[in-house]
Write a protein of this length. Structure first.
Length: 315
């Protein structure tokens, strides 16, 4: 296995923080996604390398192993076990228990051993006997991808098709999925090694708001303009929701900024069929413009009537 510089692939240095790595990965994954580069035959390979680099450097444990063992980081546990076995057997070497100071498994990815090594029982349990030819199975690399949805799309359960590593994958996206939510598709990652299980695919959803609503959890919020006369005298107002229109009564003398709740007219609750949050409507009273002379006269009369009433009440 050739050494791959994952830091170089993500364009970060070895002192990069976890957030630095995450930001670099997201930027590169979007830029080199195969769907966005259909005419670039290298895009799929580069996208896979970016995902692999993130899988290693984005996980503190994997990163520690990679920094210590380089290309052989996946076999860190075997290295440590071999060293412990060597020390417990009374050997003096603190490096390679088979002689030398390099990789105790040699330059090949899997170590081939002889019975005279003194570790046949130990390595038999790990790799099987030389005659049997059995090798350790390793799970394949996990992949990560991001999928962008509109808020309107996230409102309903629907089918979504996208391409990962040259393969089209179709999934059902449940209504109510959250922005930044991650789901796992088991077995849709890279193939396993030596018959090991496939890696997994982790999908992060990015929800873009294409509506007049603000989403907070399962609740929705919106502002509705209300004309002055309806606010004063009361009436009915048509409220638009993500699931159609609703006729709402408006109480007389409704004040500017009044908030009303429409129960069950918010966002669907993730994976809970028939359950919804609420819709909160804030009324913003609009003053009339372009008044006619007659309207101004009537308003002046109303103002005088109001002053008389207030003056009379103050006595």
């Amino acid at each position: 296995m050739d050494y791959i510089d994952y830091y170089k692939i993500l364009g970060v240095d070895k002192n990069a923080t976890t957030d630095d790595i995450k930001k670099a990965y997201r930027k590169l994954a979007r830029k080199h996604h195969p769907d966005l580069n259909p005419n670039n035959p290298e895009a799929s390979k580069l996208f896979q390398q970016i995902n692999e680099a993130n899988e290693v450097l984005g996980d503190p444990e994997n990163r520690k192993k990679y920094d210590q063992y380089g290309k052989d980081w996946k076999h860190a546990e075997q290295f440590e076990q071999a060293r412990k076995q060597q020390r417990s057997s009374g050997g003096q070497s603190q490096g390679n228990p088979f002689g030398g100071t390099g990789n105790p498994f040699g330059d090949s990815e899997y170590f081939t051993y002889g019975d005279e090594s003194g570790y046949s029982d130990f390595f038999s349990s790990m790799f099987g006997s030389r005659g049997g030819g059995r090798q350790t199975r390793f799970k394949g690399q996990d992949f990560r991808a991001s999928v962008e949805l509109s808020l309107s799309e996230a409102y309903k359960t629907h089918q979504q098709t996208f391409t990962v590593n040259g393969k089209n994958i179709r999934i059902t996206v449940p209504a109510g999925i959250e922005n930044g939510q991650e789901i796992k598709l088991a077995g849709h990652g890279a193939p396993g090694v030596n018959g090991g299980p496939n890696g997994d695919l982790y999908i992060t959803f990015e929800i873009k708001n294409d509506t007049a609503f603000t989403r907070k959890g399962n609740d929705l919020y919106t502002n509705v303009s209300l004309d002055l006369y309806k606010a004063l005298l009361g009436g009915e107002e048509i409220i638009h929701t993500l699931n159609g229109k609703v006729k709402m009564p408006v109480a007389p003398e409704t004040q500017n900024g009044t908030k009303v709740r429409l129960k069950g007219k918010g966002f669907p609750v993730y994976k809970k069929e028939g359950e919804f949050g609420d819709l909160y409507v804030t009324y913003q009273i609009q003053l009339p413009t372009g008044l006619t002379a007659k309207e101004k006269e009537l308003i002046e009369q109303l103002a005088k009537e109001r002053k008389t009433k207030e003056y009379g009440n103050s006595k």
